[in-house]
Design a protein around this ligand. Structure first.
Ligand SMILES: [Zn+2]
Length: 232
């Protein structure tokens, strides 16, 4: 999975790439640093309901029909049809999911939380990604807003700005602070396409993250931010 990560660096930074690299390395570069621990909802919440209803639908006549249309649209690179079918399938599966006895419940045999639905995490960036690059899928995200016009490195063009200039650009998946802390929202789903179909309860985590992210960006308004694509 690719995630849009904002790496915030002090406005006085001279070697931008080295600073981003250092901050993203977390405890690997800085083994004595203490990272605060906190409780998060476990990834297993709703996983049984989701898996079983998906399998149930895929086996049904309608499921197979939609699957065939979807494959055909993908072959023809017809993105519009693909999206219509994905939303249609999501709507049906989501309705089934909400009727499922394990809807929004943790997996009792989960190896992370042993069925409590609660997991612990910390702000260490180490282990949160397997590779990263500047820009990546979000290359030139700041091309229209940036006031930093002459970065030394070619790959930074359009991928670096003052935080104050990108406050209305939307919400990244992750913010890494100049102190080297990895802050992320509870990722309960990955696809923007389905957001209008979600219930308020399902969207709660995302709403809270948007508020927190905005607050953090305000706090670092005078620092610089680099667009990074992290893969995990
Ligand atoms: Zn769990």
């Amino acid at each position: 999975m690719h995630s849009l990560v904002y790496v915030i660096i002090p406005s006085t930074t001279t070697d931008i790439f080295a600073t981003v690299e250092y901050l993203l390395a977390g405890s690997e570069q800085n083994p004595t640093k203490e990272y605060k621990k906190f409780t998060v909802p476990c990834v297993c919440i709703n996983s049984i309901a989701q898996r079983e209803t998906y399998q149930q639908f895929e086996k049904s006549e309608e499921g197979q029909e939609l699957s065939a249309i979807l494959q055909d649209a993908r072959r023809r690179k017809d993105r519009a049809t693909e999206e219509v079918i994905l939303v249609k399938r999501f709507r049906i599966i989501h309705a089934l999911e909400r009727e499922h006895p394990m809807y929004m419940k943790p997996d009792p045999e989960c190896e992370y939380c042993q069925g409590t639905g609660k997991d612990t995490d910390d702000y260490d960036p180490n282990g949160e990604w397997d590779y990263w690059e500047i820009g990546g899928r979000w290359n030139h995200l700041f091309v229209d807003t940036t006031t930093i016009t002459d970065p030394k490195s070619q790959e930074l063009i359009g991928n670096i700005a003052y935080v104050r200039d990108v406050l209305t650009k939307g919400t990244p998946a992750v913010i890494v602070t100049p102190e080297g802390e990895w802050h992320t929202g509870p990722i309960v789903f990955h696809d923007e396409l389905f957001e209008p179909e979600r219930t308020e309860e399902e969207l709660q985590g995302r709403v809270e993250w948007k508020e927190k992210a905005q607050q953090m960006l305000q706090e670092y308004a005078n620092e610089m931010v680099v667009v990074v694509d992290c893969h995990s």
